[in-house]
Design a protein around this ligand. Sequence first.
Ligand SMILES: CCCCCCCCCCCCC/C=C/[C@@H](O)[C@H](COP(=O)(O)O)NC(=O)CCCCCCCCCCCCCCC
Length: 238
Amino acid sequence: MVIGWRGGVGGGGKRRVRVLRGKAMAERQDGFCLREVLAAFRACLTAEQTVLMDPYLRGWNGLIRFLNSLGTIFSFVSKDAVTKIQIMEKYRSSDQRERYETLQSMVEYELANGLVGLKNQGECPESGCRAILRLHRALHWLQMFLEGLRTSQEDSKTSVICTNSYNASLANYHPWVIRKAATLAFRALPTRNAFLENMNLGTPEEAVDMLGEALPYVCKVYEITEELYAKHKMLDLP
Ligand SMILES: CCCCCCCCCCCCC/C=C/[C@@H](O)[C@H](COP(=O)(O)O)NC(=O)CCCCCCCCCCCCCCC
């Protein structure tokens, strides 16, 4: 299975307009394409069923770029995610970078050296295991959201798909005030087709096809991480 977009139209610096099926559609001007994000999650997976850290973080940075393009209403979400990503990037450029090459090597290293903070958050506020767990939970939301978007009807509301997937995943770990702010922000999401077009994967139909091909890789990354954390009883890290 190859992740790629058959249409082959990349983003560009200058504003361009292309005509698809008789309908004019403005292209994104920032060159963002969700294909690269999805390919990054695919690139995380190794033959040994480990998860490579660098493409994992690259995938997340791409998602944040997309999130930021949806408006400042999501700043509180992206700031929190960026804090977690930066913790990991710092480790990947430190003397300990090899310890953080994969999620598996990170877990092994931090557990063996008492760097996880198993009892309370204050113990190890910059624990890599903890930062990844927060992103991992958000990946569950993303997986459900994109699957919901992919399988929904054309007239479905993005805000409803987003709220449902949030309530079934991440919301369980958030206090009331965050849940409230998140569900209010979801109301600002564009329509389903505008959202799909914003991914820069072609027409909404092409975007749906692409998601169908690529989502299994995101799911696999999620499953491997979930098993790893379950094995070490770290799914509830404070
Ligand atoms: C498309 C709209 C995207 C909406 C995003 C849905 C997720 C809403 C999450 C709200 C998080 C609010 C911020 C704060 C959270 C923290 O309390 C909480 C706990 O952290 P702590 O233990 O350090 O205190 N943090 C977290 O749970 C991590 C949240 C990370 C959320 C990252 C979400 C990134 C979403 C990227 C979407 C891109 C759209 C992709 C579609 C192509």
